[in-house]
Design a protein around this ligand. Structure first.
Ligand SMILES: Cc1cc2nc3c(=O)[nH]c(=O)nc-3n(C[C@H](O)[C@H](O)[C@H](O)COP(=O)(O)O)c2cc1C
Length: 143
């Protein structure tokens, strides 16, 4: 069974671009061995990481990550409701702000709102929607 975990953590030590590159290389080498895929985003002292793979292996990795004294995991969500991998070719891809802007957040919002409309069981969480809209307006100021 494939398990996916997404978490946010706060860095305790400083991570410069060299440290991040080293972490990415280390993580992708290990993850390749264990069949784990996902991505790692770092911005202003916070990490957002998504990992997916065999559930037992993902649990072991998440335990290691939680015990890593370089950061503190603030919150995480996991799911086993994954039919196929979302990032099959990324053993641990480090994402930057510019790569994420290209993903176009409006599309994420359109997807979410249309999905909620289609699936009656899924109620649109207005707090999430407004949070995204506000985020977008924040991005706009930087463009
Ligand atoms: C933000 C962050 C993300 C990490 N992501 C991974 C990862 O995807 N894969 C991995 O093997 N180690 C990752 N690590 C390193 C692990 O926390 C841990 O150091 C590593 O699994 C080695 O554990 P061990 O020394 O107990 O073998 C990450 C560490 C941090 C701080």
């Amino acid at each position: 069974m494939i398990k996916g975990i997404v978490y946010v953590s706060k860095a305790i030590v400083d991570f410069n671009s060299d440290d991040l590159k080293k972490l990415e290389t280390f993580a992708s080498d290990c993850n390749k061995q264990f069949g784990i895929t996902g991505y790692l985003y770092f911005e202003k002292g916070f990490f957002l990481q998504y990992i997916e793979g065999d559930d037992a292996v993902v649990d072991v990795l998440m335990n290691n990550i939680k015990q890593d004294t370089r950061h503190t995991v603030l919150s995480y969500k996991n799911t086993t409701d994954i039919i196929s991998r979302k990032f099959p070719a990324w053993y641990m891809r480090k994402l930057t702000k510019s790569s994420l802007i290209q993903i176009n957040m409006e599309n994420v919002l359109i997807d979410y709102m249309t999905d909620c409309n289609k699936k009656r069981s899924m109620e649109l969480n207005s707090e999430s929607v407004w949070r995204m809209v506000n985020k977008l307006s924040g991005f706009r100021k930087k463009i």
